[in-house]
Design a protein around this ligand. Structure first.
Ligand code: ADE
Length: 248
């Protein structure tokens, strides 16, 4: 999987991309993160990448030319499929979810454009980006952190990036429920004990407890997930347990 990131601040990626799972994935050749400085594609002698917005108002707008030319440079130098998504990160985008992450992971390349300032010239949105993604309903100083979120979430779905022990098949948004509680040693910490069932060695009971805790947690923290969960994912026993919880 190759990520092609267009940014005015490539340095922001250095730390996060050189630690942990994403660093290992790159050294194993499973993932590439190619950073492109949009300013390298500014043509004028001041290398200007932003300008005043027509119609007035506060803030600067990112000029279209450097962004178009940076994307064209990436496309011509990396032999990309015509279907390669060109993703603009902005708070105006569709909110990122696991379904979109899974769709991105089916591609071999992903182009990520990080917006800055007040935003980007509308022609980038209309004639260059194939989609626009927001990572949540809040405004960041720029799209860089959002691009790193996309890279992190997509990269861990690339086969081999995450070990089978931490298999994405058990992920919260893949199962449709939040994760059950986790405990490790010691069994007793400051008077707080690990639930007996987890120490029992009875795997059927442990599975049942985990399932119920996942249902309970989802009902409390994210009832919206239960409304949207597809019918086949809940067993009759799950439904009965949820009913009990709701009746309190
Ligand atoms: N740029 C600024 N805020 C953003 C957000 N919430 N998501 C994606 N890109 C952004």
């Amino acid at each position: 999987m190759r990520f092609h990131v267009l940014t005015l601040f490539p340095g922001m990626f250095e730390g996060p991309m050189s630690e942990s799972i994403i660093a290992r994935a790159q050294s194993q050749g499973l993932v590439e993160v190619n950073l492109h400085d949009i300013r390298d594609h500014a043509r004028d002698k001041h290398r200007q990448v932003d300008d005043y917005g027509f119609g007035g108002g506060p803030g600067m707008v990112m000029k279209p030319a450097p962004i178009f030319e940076a994307v064209e440079h990436v496309k011509s130098s990396s032999s990309l499929a015509a279907s390669t998504p060109v993703v603009l990160l902005s708070p105006q985008g569709k909110r990122l979810d696991q379904e979109t992450v899974e769709r991105f992971a089916e591609h071999t390349d992903l182009i990520l454009i990080c917006g800055r300032y007040e935003g980007v010239d509308e022609r980038v949105r209309q004639h260059l980006a194939t989609e626009e993604i927001s990572i949540g309903d809040y405004v960041l100083a720029g799209g860089e952190l959002a691009a790193m979120v996309v890279i992190d979430a997509v990269a861990r779905l690339v086969p081999g990036v995450v070990g089978s022990a931490e298999s994405p098949a058990n992920d919260t948004f893949t199962t449709g429920l939040l994760q059950h509680p986790l405990y490790t040693r010691p069994t007793e910490y400051r008077d707080w004990n690990v639930p007996e069932v987890l120490l029992s060695g009875n795997h059927a009971e442990i599975d049942r407890w985990r399932r119920q805790e996942a249902l309970r947690r989802t009902l409390i923290q994210r009832p919206d997930l239960l409304e949207r969960i597809s019918a086949g994912r809940l067993t009759d026993e799950d439904r009965r347990y949820l009913e009990e919880l709701r009746e309190g």
